[in-house]
Write a protein that binds this ligand. Structure first.
Ligand code: MN
Length: 733
């Protein structure tokens, strides 16, 4: 196990100003915290965080990163808390360790390969600080190096995850050395036979080619020296996993691979790169189409090099990479290398500008280098703002779903499946009940509670942030409205059939669809409900032999106010109720479907009245007292009449509309007396109109709200009994 002084020495070797006391404190703290814990290898657990820290000293990282590495498993695996770590090591280190703890928790969630991209984004979004990722990658590297101690079943999962998520992440961060090692260790675990085969072949090749490689190295160096270029040429073989991938991708055999060996020429300056490539091209013929200049156009991960392939000594194809020492370090160590090279990089801003937007953060960090910040400040400010406009959440089954920031469980539900969204009635976030409109956070596990037969409230449309949810809600609402029209149409059509002495059936209607030029029965019924099709036409389509006894007119004029939305969904299309908003259900039996209901706009209806419902296509049902004069206009539309009756408890406190006309003596105080009497009886006055002003008598139309017919009759009697009223009667609108 690495000793306390060894850790300090390693850091001191590249950073003379290292905080020795801090490093020692971390060493002792983590050692005590992990206590007697053991790894799968049987080693003390504490060796693991130490090795992770050692990997990071190779990348020459700052004190805070090294300390975070030493502490990285304490919160999750020991009794330590973030508060305690913050108290002892300060907020910066506490934040780093906290980030690592969050990522570690994610490891427990099952992940599928096709979601690797989202998972990498989640890591980036959660990490908040690039140092958290560096420690995480070092952590994974050490775990991979010691993977053979872990039980086989677990081994496969970890290796797959490394190949899917962490190796590409290292690649994105430009850390090619780390990526190669992670890939090869995973490959060795997942395909031991293939790995062994490639290793054997490589060993053979190495033996055969050792002289050739040395010869090429020497020839390049000599040629460069002759032209006054200081260069170091090194032959290197491709990593087993890269070879394997190429064999698979191009379906070629090991023998067919021409680029197992590559040569890297490292020079002092940018100018020397181009001079060196000139020398190579003059000396050996080039292979067409193989020249790539990643110096003038760097790769997204900041990789820079010139690539070419030539026919070299012994007519061998030789792949060459030319770059500066600086570029070489960045190619190997990526973002971690940026901490070391502060000088002479500001001039490259132009090239860095060309990086894709996803790597803006990297560019920013490099700009900061150009401004001469210390490596510590550089790292401190390397906050990951990547994907800050997205959140990544898990389904209970571990499916990872990317959503725009601000997304709600409703958006999540629709992202999982339209059906889930339509039926959503509640949500549990990380096990806790949460409002459907909560804002989701990265890493949230979202369980959507659903109920059958649910229609999404139309109001959701303006509250969700994803287009998919919005479109689905609009569609579902439209479907619900259409279903209402179809239900209304069904009642109208059924009545029309009854009147014609025929029985209505869906099968008969279906057979008549071509004659009605509609796709489905629902289309026909909705059209009737909407008033676009006449019910008599449906009867004729089904029974062409039938001749109507009398002409059925078009639908009656629409009512203008007073509709009650029975259900929220209904109020989407129909007018907002103008009456009491508390009246959200009508105590009347015989109302079918979710159709909106209102009382006769002229005269109302109260419990105790014998009533009838009238269907109005496109609107709903209007309740009239049976004595209402208005009913005569529906005499020719018997199909619109509905049998309904009151369904109300004796002691209901609900009030219902009625209209009376009072003839009263025209003298001061009359109206006050009438209003008083009505008020004292427990009724409401809604509206008063003077319809006739003679010098002696006034006719006053009063809209009332009463409990029932008995209540109304009582009020009428009391009014008659006063000495200011000459006549009073109910208006039968
Ligand atoms: Mn660990």
């Amino acid at each position: 196990m690495m000793r306390q002084y060894e850790l300090v020495d390693r850091v001191r070797a590249y950073n003379p100003h290292a905080d020795e006391e801090l490093l020692n404190k971390a060493y002792v703290y983590a050692m005590r915290a992990h206590g007697a814990q053991k790894r799968a290898s049987g080693d003390p657990y504490f060796t693991h965080p130490l090795e992770v820290a050692a990997i990071l000293t190779e990348m020459r990282l700052d004190d805070a990163t090294i300390v975070a590495a030493v502490l990285h498993d304490t919160i999750e695996d020991t009794g330590s808390t973030r508060e305690e770590i913050e108290q002892i090591f300060g907020p910066e280190i506490a934040r780093l360790v906290d980030g690592l703890t969050k990522i570690k928790k994610l490891d427990l969630v099952s992940k599928r390969a096709e979601q690797a991209e989202n998972f990498r984004k989640l890591l980036l979004a959660i990490a908040v600080d690039v140092r958290v990722l560096l420690v995480k990658l070092a952590d994974r590297l050490h775990n991979m190096r010691t993977l053979h101690f872990v039980p086989e079943a677990k081994r496969t999962r970890i290796a797959e995850e490394t190949l899917d998520i962490y190796a590409p992440l290292a690649g994105r961060m430009g850390m090619q050395g780390l990526r190669d090692e992670l890939e090869n260790l995973s490959f060795k675990t997942l395909r031991p036979d293939a790995y062994a085969m490639i290793e054997t072949r490589l060993a053979d090749l190495r033996e055969k080619n050792v002289a050739l490689i040395a010869r090429i190295e020497n020839e390049i160096t000599e040629e460069m020296t002759a032209r006054g270029i200081r260069a170091e040429a090194k032959g290197r073989e491709k990593a087993p996993y890269s070879i394997w991938r190429k064999m698979e991708r191009k379906s070629v055999s090991f023998e067919q691979l021409s680029d197992i060996y590559g040569f890297r020429i490292v020079v002092d300056s940018l100018e020397d790169c181009y001079r060196a490539i000139g020398v190579v091209h003059m000396k050996w013929p080039t292979v067409p189409g193989r020249f790539k200049d990643y110096i003038s156009t760097p790769k997204q991960n900041d990789y820079r090099s010139i690539h070419t392939t030539v026919i070299g000594p012994g007519r061998q194809r030789v792949e060459l990479q030319v770059r500066t020492r600086d570029m070489d370090d960045i190619a190997e160590n990526g973002i971690a290398a940026h901490t070391l090279y502060k000088e002479g990089r500001a001039a490259d801003n132009e090239a860095l500008e060309r990086e894709s937007s996803a790597y803006r953060w990297l560019r920013r960090t490099i700009e900061m280098l150009g401004e001469g910040d210390t490596p510590e400040e550089f790292l401190e400010h390397t906050k990951l703002e990547l994907f800050h406009d997205q959140v990544f959440c898990f389904s209970p089954k571990g499916r990872l779903i990317a959503l725009p920031r601000g997304a709600t469980p409703i958006d999540f539900a629709y992202a999982v499946h339209t059906d889930i969204g339509n039926k959503a009635v509640g949500a549990r976030i990380n096990g806790r009940i949460a409002p459907l409109l909560s804002e989701l956070q990265n890493g949230d596990e979202v369980h959507v509670v659903i109920a059958e037969g649910q229609v999404p409230p139309a109001a959701w449309e303006s509250l969700v942030v994803t287009g998919k949810a919005r479109a689905a809600i609009r569609r579902a609402t439209r479907d619900a409205v259409r279903a209402q029209y179809a239900e209304l149409g069904r009642q109208i059509v059924r009545r029309a059939f009854e009147r014609a002495g025929k029985t209505f059936s869906d099968d008969k209607l279906k057979a008549a669809l071509p004659r009605l030029a509609r796709q489905s029965s629902d289309d026909v019924l909705a059209a009737v409900g909407r008033g676009e099709m006449f019910s008599g036409d449906v009867v004729k389509a089904v029974h062409p032999e039938f001749v109507a006894e009398r002409t059925m007119g078009a639908s009656a004029a629409k009512g203008d106010s007073g509709w009650f939305g029975l259900r929220k969904a209904a109020s989407v299309v129909f007018k907002v109720p103008s009456a009491d908003p508390h009246l959200d259900s009508i105590p009347i039996r015989g109302l079918r479907g979710d159709l909106p209901v209102r009382f006769s706009p002229h005269g109302g209806a109260v419990p105790g009245d014998r009533i009838v419902g009238i269907l109005t296509p496109g609107e709903g049902i209007t309740i009239y007292p049976i004595q209402s004069h208005a009913l005569t206009q529906f005499d020719d539309h018997p199909e619109r009449w509905l049998d309904v009756r009151w369904d109300i408890e004796e002691q209901s406190a609900e009030l219902f509309p009625a209209q009376i006309i009072v003839s009263a003596i025209n003298e001061p105080g009359t109206l006050g007396a009438i209003a008083n009497l009505i008020g004292e009886s427990g009724a409401n006055i809604d509206h008063i109109v003077f319809v006739n002003k003679s010098p002696d008598v006034r006719d006053i139309v009063i809209d009332l709200e009463v409990r029932d017919l008995k209540h109304l009759t009582g009020i009428l009697s009391q009014l008659k009994a006063t000495n200011v009223v000459s006549k009073v009667e109910r208006v039968a609108g």
